[in-house]
Design a protein around this ligand. Structure first.
Ligand SMILES: NC(=O)c1ccc[n+]([C@@H]2O[C@H](COP(=O)([O-])OP(=O)(O)OC[C@H]3O[C@@H](n4cnc5c(N)ncnc54)[C@H](O)[C@@H]3O)[C@@H](O)[C@H]2O)c1
Length: 261
């Protein structure tokens, strides 16, 4: 996939999936605005061509507007927005999640992508079309993969891309979501460290039939596909990238080459 002449914004680009995707876009020829709340985004772009870093809050409307304006002023327009920044909100249950946590998780994870669509959309329309991609999660498909606020926020993102795809009708802007499964990033670092320190590395990702966790680059490749002309007829969808985790009800799994029971 080639993105020469294209301009992309990636939020959450200071770490994990966002960093891998921002770099992949730049390596494929795009001009990239790597955006993040964290100073770590400077490291994402350091020594790389065609990338600039911006510190911003993806859930703050003025910051999103400023980031879109920066892309347009610096690179002459905008073709792609990957609204990827997100927070987990921690491992709370429905009975002990404070209202403030609900508000913050929904602000970053759901209102953030909505603001990206609102402010990037018209600029992408000016280019005659392009792509918006939002990071949802398998947590947004059903319960069991995150706290209640996180899961609800990601379910909201799946619905958001459906609505947005409809509202861009006739403009040439496609809007899709990616639903990653367990990916090794900053967000999941504690679980990976714990498993490795306790000799339980083989437990990571074992619930999916590939029997492993995913790497950020495996999500980046799907993001590039959805942003590219190769996905020219893909619109309003939630692409699940989870090693097959969500393809089954929880059953005793048949091992390859062994009898079922
Ligand atoms: N890692 C997984 O297993 C997994 C699974 C499903 C979905 N996701 C989603 O993938 C996305 C990327 O997360 P990741 O796994 O790469 O985690 P990560 O923690 O490595 O990266 C997230 C980045 O987002 C930034 N960020 C947080 N709040 C922000 C804000 N308000 N404004 C701007 N930047 C902000 C952080 O500073 C960080 O650099 C998130 O939306 C997350 O919910 C991750």
């Amino acid at each position: 996939m080639q993105f020469a002449g294209k301009v992309a914004i990636v939020t959450g680009a200071g770490s994990g999936i966002g960093r891998a995707t921002a770099r992949a876009f730049a390596e494929a020829g795009a001009k990239v605005v790597a955006a993040d709340l964290s100073e770590a985004v400077n490291e994402t772009v350091a020594g790389r061509e065609g990338m600039i870093a911006v510190h911003m809050d993806a859930g703050d409307e003025a910051d999103v507007e400023r980031t879109v304006a920066l892309a347009v002023d610096t690179f002459g327009g905008l073709d792609i927005f990957y609204a990827n920044a997100g927070i987990s909100g921690g491992a709370t249950g429905i009975f002990d999640t404070p209202t403030e946590l609900w508000t913050e998780v929904l602000r970053v994870n759901l209102i953030g992508p909505a603001l990206a669509i609102k402010h990037a959309g018209p600029k992408i329309v000016e280019r005659g079309g392009g792509a918006i991609i939002c990071t949802a999660s398998v947590a947004g498909l059903r319960s069991g993969a995150g706290g209640p606020a996180y899961s609800a926020s990601k379910a909201g993102v799946i619905n958001l891309v459906q609505t947005a795809a409809q509202q861009f009708a006739g403009s040439g802007v496609r809007v899709n979501a990616i639903c990653p499964g367990l990916i090794e990033t900053g967000m999941t670092e504690r679980a990976f460290t714990y498993a490795r320190e306790n000799g339980k590395e083989d437990k990571l990702g074992r619930l999916n039939p590939l029997r492993r966790a995913g790497q950020p680059e495996e999500i980046a490749r799907v993001a590039l596909f959805l942003a590219s002309d190769a996905a020219s007829y893909v619109n309003g969808q939630a692409w699940v990238v989870d090693g097959g985790l969500s393809s089954s009800h929880p059953v005793t799994r048949q091992e390859f080459g062994k009898p079922a029971f």
